[in-house]
Every structure is written in structure tokens, then in C-alpha cells.
Design a protein around this ligand. Sequence first.
Ligand SMILES: [Zn+2]
Length: 145
Amino acid sequence: MILTIADSCLQTLSADLAKHLASDRAAEETGWLLLGIRDQTSVHVTDLVPAGENRIGTPNSIQFDAASQVAATKAIRDRDSRVEVLGVAHTHPSGRHRPSSGDLEGDKQWVQNLRSDGLFGIVSDGCVRWYSLGKDDDEYRAINT
Ligand SMILES: [Zn+2]
């Protein structure tokens, strides 16, 4: 799979991350819903939706604010109906590069709601590492960007 990410998304991610790390919630995980366009061979991330002010974060977990995600996703899809939910990216304040066993447990359920394989980004040590997980997969597959 070829993964491309819009420059605007990388800028948003970087700016959001800097703001998060300077906040009093810096020790908590945070994240973004990933939206974009998919075809047979490639996935292009066009939009990020932040986890939201009402997210519930701990040093080892993040629960997105579902209401704000639904509203933002609808607004983006009203603009371009080809856009679909591709996956999520979240931070690991611990610096761990791979998804955790808790991530896998949650993502195996969540990916069932997607049209195709889910895209998952782990943000740690200033880098994003990308993984995919299919509906029948028991493990993530690393994606090289
Ligand atoms: Zn995680």
C-alpha cells in the first residue's frame, strides 16, 4: 500500500502536538482521526480531526470525543463525498514506537466499522510510524513511508 499524507495534515499534526506538549495535559496521550481518499493501491490522508477538548486521556490510553469527531467528519464529507474514515493516529508519551496490546484489542473491534483496512499512526519521539490492520488480521503490518 502506498501511503501519502497531505502537507497540511503534517503541519496540523506538528502544530497540535507542540500545543499539546506545552499544555498541562502533556503527560496524557492525544490523537487524531484520519480521513482521506483510498483507491486500489494507495491511501491519501487529506484531513485530520483532533481527539477533541473532551477527550479522555491517560499516559497509556486515549478515548476520543466521539461527538466532535462525528460533526467534523460530516462537515468534511459534505465538502467531498469521496472522503472516508481511514484510521487514527495517537501519541505514546512513553516513547514506545509500536501499538500496544490495548491498542490492538480496541483497533480490532474498531476496524470492523471501516470500509477497508484501517490505518494507524503512532506518534512518539517526534516521529510518526504507520501501521495497517485488516478486519481479519491478528497483528498490525508496518507501512514504510
Ligand atoms: Zn497506543
